[in-house]
Ligand binder design. Structure first.
Ligand SMILES: [Zn+2]
Length: 64
């Protein structure tokens, strides 16, 4: 499942959202200030560093 990254344009909070359907990202809001002004980032599964390093998956524990 593709995970999209969003950045709140209101408070600048970055969060990831797991989108199942392509056209179902209208109900996405900032978990911080619940703002609808979000910026979708480019999701990349195979992230390859141009510098040539071991890309460590930055997995943050999703907690409430
Ligand atoms: Zn926000």
């Amino acid at each position: 499942m593709p995970i999209y990254e969003y950045i709140c344009l209101d408070c600048g909070r970055e969060f990831e959202k797991l989108i199942r359907k392509s056209s179902d990202n209208s109900e996405i809001e900032c978990p911080e200030c619940h703002s609808s002004s979000l910026e979708e980032k480019v999701s990349s599964f195979a992230s390859v560093s141009p510098n040539g390093g071991s890309g460590a998956p930055n997995c943050a524990p999703s907690g409430g």
